[in-house]
Design a protein around this ligand. Structure first.
Ligand code: 5AD
Ligand code: SF4
Length: 437
């Protein structure tokens, strides 16, 4: 049984563990009470994420009283960050595995059966989140993740990821192609390329040098691929060639998630982002020129140490200028061991929360404004699954990543199909519409 917190990388890691464990004779259950092995794949990006894991651990530990043979494992970023400490705090834990130990999950379980807890948080620079030569016949829906790079070398001053995921390592392009082709052959239609900073792909360490935009062209040539996306990007490594790829590659969907974090140059510098607001805006202008209907989303942090009200306003101005379709907005949360955590966290919680509310309000109005443009228009979606939310029958995403709730099409439409929908209504970042054949 898996509990997965955090980003898409963790979803992909849980998936990799499922495959590895399947080959060792395990079968995944979706019922916690049935499980004799519970793996909690964790996130530590903000304090809140950490608290969620701690409270889940508190709930899960007592299950051992009912089933004493049950094992509990903690994996991922919080496991890496806490190591022995968390094993001592929760004596019910049998294993604690950092991201680079995930490939050894099956062996780790065997060892932990006789000598628990097994704590494995060594980084292994040879690892690249890849399991070559392992047969994978699973179909897990129309959209599939493929890792292309692990780790992060950017060291933004607020971020724990470079410490929990270690140094950057790009995966061999042939191996990426093989995995993407296998997933398409198993029934997926869309490939989402994953990494903490995908644009840094190929900078170092590959025996056969390949740049990110070359990789995009390569994966786009997988027979049968209908859609391709990638996440997450960094403004410093985003090249003109990647912008051209949007223009040239039909399967590359017109959406980009490009975190900016804030709109003030002084704060960007203190965040060690390596770029100014102007650099970001120039990129956005170039993108909008090359790909007129591109949809943009971002990440925002409010209340970074020292952020003044005037500096915060610059974030709002930037958001308005770009007209993001969607933003993920966070109050700054000091993370242990990061450079920013050495500076006093001096923006009061009340101010952080007010600023956060203001960005949320602004984003809501931008989303509403952008969404209205689609009302009455036909859009294409790739159907993800059946649903009865919002009075719909199915749901799926447009190329621009808007979620669409589709009424009609029962008995005709199935997951993976690309169908036309007439948008009737916009609700937040979702549309409701009718099936058009
Ligand atoms: N506090 C708040 N938000 C953070 N993020 C990363 N670290 C922190 C932190 N310490 C946000 C950034 C990043 C996203 C994944 O999480 O916006 O882009
Ligand atoms: Fe964290 Fe910055 Fe790396 Fe993103 S680019 S994972 S914010 S250090």
């Amino acid at each position: 049984y898996f509990e997965t917190f955090g980003c898409q990388m963790n979803v992909a890691d849980s998936d990799r563990m499922e495959l590895l464990l399947f080959h060792s004779g395990y079968i995944r259950t979706h019922l916690r009470d049935d499980a004799d092995l519970i793996l909690i794949n964790t996130c530590s990006i903000r304090e809140k994420a950490e608290q969620k894991v701690m409270s889940l651990l508190g709930q899960i530990q007592p299950l051992k009283n009912i089933n004493p043979d049950m094992m509990i494992g903690l994996t991922g970023c919080l496991a890496q960050q806490e190591g022995e400490r968390i094993a001592r705090k929760f004596p019910g834990l049998d294993l604690v595995l950092g991201p680079d130990a995930i490939e050894n999950v099956a062996q780790a379980i065997e060892v932990a059966k006789t000598s628990k807890p097994l704590v494995w948080t060594e980084f292994d620079s040879a690892r690249e989140y890849s399991i070559p030569n392992m047969q994978d016949n699973r179909y897990q829906g129309p959209s599939a993740f493929v890792n292309i790079i692990k780790g992060c070398d950017k060291f933004c001053s607020f971020c724990i990821v470079p410490f929990t995921r270690g140094r950057e390592k790009s995966r061999d392009a042939d191996e990426i192609y093989r995995e993407a082709a296998q997933k398409i052959a198993n029934g997926a239609r869309e490939i989402i390329l994953l990494g903490q900073n995908v644009n840094s792909y190929g900078k170092r360490g590959l025996t056969k040098p390949t740049q990110f935009h070359e990789l995009l062209r390569r994966v786009a040539s997988v027979p049968g691929i209908e859609r391709m996306r990638f996440t997450t990007s960094h403004p410093m490594d985003f090249t003109a060639e990647t912008i051209s790829a949007y223009h040239d590659l039909d399967v590359l969907m017109n959406h980009l998630h490009l975190p900016v974090q804030c709109g003030s140059n002084r704060i960007l510098e203190r965040m060690r982002r390596g770029h100014s607001a102007d650099h970001y805006l120039k990129l956005i202008d170039d993108l909008k020129t090359a790909v007129p209907n591109i949809s943009l989303s971002t990440d925002i942090i409010v209340g970074f140490p020292g952020e003044t009200d005037e500096e915060f306003r610059k974030t709002l101005t930037l958001m308005e200028y770009v007209e993001f379709d969607n933003s993920f907005m966070f109050a700054y949360s000091p993370r242990p061991g990061t450079p920013a955590s050495e500076i006093e966290d001096d923006v009061p919680e009340k101010v952080k929360s007010e600023r956060l509310q203001e960005t949320i309000k602004l984003q809501k109005s931008l989303t509403e404004r952008n969404g209205k443009r689609y009302i009455g228009r036909n859009v294409e979606i790739m159907v993800e699954d059946a649903t009865n939310r919002n009075g719909a029958d199915f749901r799926g995403r447009t190329p621009q990543y808007w979620m669409v709730y589709l009424k009609g099409g029962k008995g005709i439409v199935k997951p993976g199909d690309r169908v036309k929908v007439q948008v009737e209504e916009a609700r937040g970042h979702s549309f409701i519409g009718f099936y058009r054949n």
